[in-house]
Design a protein around this ligand. Structure first.
Ligand SMILES: Cc1cc2nc3c(=O)[nH]c(=O)nc-3n(C[C@H](O)[C@H](O)[C@H](O)COP(=O)(O)OP(=O)(O)OC[C@H]3O[C@@H](n4cnc5c(N)ncnc54)[C@H](O)[C@@H]3O)c2cc1C
Length: 357
């Protein structure tokens, strides 16, 4: 099979890779995009309601946009998408070390943030709809990269899939570090790649869908913080297009201790019942999405909990790899919104500028 030729090869079909493809396509620059999974979106993922008459979507990756994120806002406006405020009316709950639940007034931690109708995946779907689908390759993991005159990308069985002038790794730098590079990258570049933590890669989300948002009727916002767990931070995840209600929580238990999903589900429901009432024991459906289990997102180092949002941006040692023919473009490369969706768009824009220059 002949390798496909293009100006730019993009590895990674998350928001950054897709936004870059969108920039290049609009500038008439040829590209080929390779995504390891069978679907696009990367860390963006939704669970759709099981009933066909219910259009509800539940975000298992990013849920929120914030005011001041102008690039996301421009995309939302361009595609005419609807957004709505994160529900935060009512009392929030706090579960202390002893398991005692306190209900009180105060700021819901995500008050003032917005969610997208249809879930974040609508951004991905709309970007994809504008791209030339023959240039987007799913189920196409790239395992090795070789630079001779042009750059070649290879599948895990060594098949050369494409050749291009430039290669953009729109994947987390730690994941990129595990690829095979010929010639080898500088030690300092590889070290720097490993040093960039992938935002939320070690996280897992638990989501429970209920007949009704029963906590709202009790004057509770659905927001809770817990010192007991397994859910460390809980929010209302109800989709306003549905009659059902939903709660989601970030799992506070480290990846190595949450391998048994049925135990995690039972413990999470028991916790939701402690915090919001016995109705929580009877969900219509539960979903667990463990991002640490996805090798295209998380590596071993990401299994350690992060206690703060890292300072992101393009490390110097990664800024001129292979004389500028190899570029890095995941959200973590964004200096202003690194780790966020806005950062993925900022990284894509900077990479497109470099390529156009
Ligand atoms: C649980 C969770 C909650 C979050 N909450 C928010 C939020 O509320 N708001 C917010 O702004 N951000 C949030 N984020 C962060 C946000 O999801 C990311 O910033 C953004 O999605 C990153 O996009 P990206 O394109 O840079 O990388 P990714 O989404 O990681 O995309 C990289 C893609 O590359 C693919 N890939 C990897 N290796 C290879 C390979 N060798 N070959 C081919 N393809 C490969 C992967 O499969 C993936 O599709 C959250 C993330 C998680 C996990």
């Amino acid at each position: 099979m002949m390798a496909i030729q293009s100006d730019v090869i993009i590895v990674g079909g998350g928001l950054s890779g897709l936004a870059l493809a969108d920039h290049l396509q609009r500038e008439g620059i040829s590209y080929q995009l390779f995504e390891a999974h069978s679907s696009l979106g990367g860390r963006i993922k939704v669970h759709r309601a099981l009933s066909s008459c219910d259009k509800a979507a539940y975000d298992l990756g990013p849920s929120w946009l914030w005011p001041g994120q102008v690039k996301i806002r421009a995309l939302v406006d361009r595609f005419n998408l609807e957004f709505f405020e994160q529900f935060s009316e009512g009392l929030q709950c706090y579960e202390d070390e002893s398991g005692a639940v306190h209900r009180g007034a105060g700021y819901a931690s995500m008050q003032g943030s917005y969610r997208l109708r249809g879930g974040m995946i609508t951004l991905v779907d709309h970007l994809y709809a504008g791209l030339d689908s023959s240039r987007i390759h799913l189920n196409a993991p790239i395992a090795s990269i070789r630079k001779s005159k042009r750059i070649e990308v290879m599948s895990p069985n060594g098949l050369v899939l494409a050749q291009g002038e430039r290669l953009v790794l729109a994947i987390p730098p730690r994941v990129a570090e595990s690829l095979e590079f010929t010639p080898k990258l500088n030690e300092s570049t590889l070290r720097e790649m490993l040093a960039v933590p992938t935002w939320m890669a070690g996280q897992a989300k638990f989501c429970a869908i209920y007949e009704k948002p029963f906590w709202r009727a009790k004057g509770l916002s659905g927001d809770a913080m817990s010192r007991v767990g397994p859910l460390a931070e809980i929010h209302d995840a109800t989709d306003p297009v549905s009659n059902n209600g939903a709660l989601f929580g970030f799992v506070g238990v480290p990846p190595d201790q949450r391998k048994d999903e049925s135990v995690l589900v039972q413990q999470s429901l028991t916790q939701l019942a402690r915090v919001f009432g016995p109705e929580a024991m009877s969900p219509l459906h539960v979903i667990v999405k463990d991002w640490a289990a996805d090798p295209n997102v998380a590596v071993q180092l990401d299994r350690r909990a992060m206690d703060h949002h890292p300072t992101y941006g393009m490390p110097v040692a990664m800024s001129d790899a292979w004389g500028g023919q190899l570029l890095f473009s995941s959200s973590e490369m964004s200096p202003n919104f690194g780790g966020y969706l806005e950062g993925a768009l900022e990284a894509a824009e900077s990479t497109a500028r470099l390529i156009l220059a």
